[in-house]
Design a protein around this ligand. Structure first.
Ligand SMILES: Cc1cc2nc3c(=O)[nH]c(=O)nc-3n(C[C@H](O)[C@H](O)[C@H](O)COP(=O)(O)OP(=O)(O)OC[C@H]3O[C@@H](n4cnc5c(N)ncnc54)[C@H](O)[C@@H]3O)c2cc1C
Length: 484
């Protein structure tokens, strides 16, 4: 506890220093920044906020301005100015992160990548795509498809989130079980450091062991070590078969058995295994929710199973046989296979219906051993219900890769309630040596709990890196770790 309070005091000191600096220098900086990007690309927070948000992730802009560079050179010049004046900078992608990673104060300058949105190149032979940081995930997916190639990272916020933000958070999604996190799709990066130095680490190859793999410093580090400006992605061969089923199980042992069987039967074509507890599923399908479902609510667990392969006919038979076997051996009690693209989309729409969770609930994103997930969910349900009378808990997520999302709805939205729920969720992970963040990152929201998932030596090494790469603490200050 003393350590957390000490960390907060340090943060406050850093931010106070930054505030004094930026007030003193704001009038001097503004014309310099305007010279770099033009006055129309230096927006007030009021103008920015008036545009509204696609997903309400509760991080309104409080910065004194939002700057929109259009290329790497401009980002570098902005950072040179900011470094000289000690001006803190909060990077903005699509603002869909769920951990207040883009939270800002009046002393910050927000830097939005939204007009750095060019797909620069697609190399079909090498299966690579070179993009600026502000391209949306969906634009990358669609451009790849035009060349019969495939970008395998997919998340519900695909139309809004930007690849710079995705790489900065090491985004996961629904196909991690087969293709890994976005880290596995990044070949090269270009980064602007806190002092404006451009690091061009634009590797094109699958294999390159020439010294340190520097890009890894910036993947998943939430903009605290450098600003990602350009990315080279590795693309995959477009699968030619696609099967999706929704099935129901009555207990967790059956869920585990279905996962095991899916891995064995479908092999590397298994690319999605999403489990929805009935407390999630029942909210989103009719009659309570808006989605029609081929499987009625009321079963303990509902699973979306997805496979993609390259053997038309054979893959479909394998998928169908796997489901028939699972049904005959009483692992699943109900289920349906999508027979068309629109039926596949209809099934996935059920899982992607998270608007109510994102807007109104306390949400969590944790990892732990798959075998223990049900025990864990039962434990936190018991603990939270004992503390908060009206708590409604829903569980769903990428179970195939150890990751479960928990949402807790309560009429009480106070900080004290949030703290109570957080403690139940995070501290209950300790016996399982679980991770407080599977894919959403740490931002401001989970920072106090980092010691649950990282040792003090690991956290100190993070601080050493932060201090040496950003000695003035101007890059996304206060997020993930304090410089110490
Ligand atoms: C409906 C919905 C579904 C989601 N599903 C998933 C999911 O399945 N898997 C998953 O992993 N996440 C999911 N998320 C969370 C979120 O979409 C991801 O974290 C996403 O990768 C964030 O991208 P963004 O462009 O919105 O980044 P932002 O939210 O804008 O920024 C994220 C972090 O990166 C920093 N940053 C942004 N751009 C840069 C840059 N160019 N250089 C350096 N730092 C930068 C920001 O300062 C911030 O700390 C979901 C969110 C929503 C709303």
């Amino acid at each position: 506890m003393a350590r957390v309070d000490g960390e907060k005091r340090l943060d406050a000191m850093w931010r106070r220093a930054a505030f004094v600096d930026s007030i003193a220098h704001m009038q001097e900086i503004r014309p310099l920044l305007e010279q770099i990007v033009g006055p129309h690309n230096l927006l007030s927070a009021a103008a920015w906020n008036a545009r509204g948000v696609a997903w309400e992730t509760h991080q309104p802009c409080n910065a004194w301005a939002v700057i929109r560079p259009s290329n790497t050179k401009q980002v570098a010049r902005i950072m040179q100015v900011c470094h000289e004046f000690g001006q803190s900078v909060v990077p903005y992608g699509g603002l869909t992160n769920l951990v207040k990673g883009c939270a800002s104060t009046g002393s910050d300058l927000a830097l939005s990548f939204e007009i750095m949105n060019q797909i620069e190149d697609i190399d079909v032979t090498a299966s690579t795509m070179t993009v600026q940081a502000g391209v949306t995930m969906q634009a990358v997916q669609e451009r790849a498809l035009q060349e019969n190639l495939y970008f395998p990272v997919d998340i519900g916020a695909r139309g809004t989130c930007m690849v710079g933000g995705n790489v900065s958070t090491n985004a996961g999604g629904t196909k991690v079980i087969r293709h890994g996190m976005i880290r596995d799709s990044v070949l090269g990066l270009e980064v602007v450091m806190a002092d404006g130095t451009i690091i061009e680490s634009m590797n094109h190859f699958l294999k390159n062991n020439s010294g340190f793999d520097l890009k890894q410093l910036f993947i998943g580090t939430e903009g605290v070590l450098g600003l990602i400006t350009r990315i080279i992605f590795r693309l995959e061969t477009l699968p030619t078969t696609h099967n999706v089923a929704l099935v129901a199980c009555e207990n967790y042992d059956q869920v585990l058995a279905v996962l095991q069987k899916a891995r064995q039967s479908l092999g590397s074509s298994l690319c999605g295994f999403e489990v929805m507890w009935d407390n999630f599923f029942g909210q989103v399908v009719k009659p309570v929710g808006k989605h029609a479902s081929p499987v009625a609510a009321g079963h303990a667990f509902n699973i979306i199973i997805e496979s993609m392969g390259s053997q038309p006919g054979a893959d479909d038979d394998t998928f169908e046989n796997f489901l028939t076997d699972s049904f005959e051996s009483q692992l699943i009690t109900d289920g349906a296979i999508a027979k068309s693209g629109s039926e596949r989309d209809g099934i996935w729409a059920i899982r992607h219906e998270v608007e109510w969770v994102v807007r109104d609930a306390f949400i969590f994103d944790v990892s732990l051993p798959i075998a223990s997930v049900s025990d864990y969910v039962n434990t936190i349900t018991r603990k939270i219900s004992a503390e908060i009378n009206d708590a409604r808990i829903a569980a769903f997520g990428h179970l195939g890769d150890n990751n479960i999302h928990i949402s807790v709805l309560s009429d009480s939205k106070t900080a004290a309630t949030a703290r109570l729920v957080e403690k139940c969720v995070y501290e209950s992970l300790i016996p399982y040596r679980g991770a407080i963040s599977a894919e959403h990152g740490i931002g401001l929201e989970k920072k106090d709990y980092l010691p649950i998932s990282r040792t003090s030596a690991e956290i100190e090494l993070m601080r050493v890196l932060k201090r040496s790469l950003d000695p003035k603490n101007i890059l996304n200050p206060g997020k993930v770790i304090s410089p110490g």
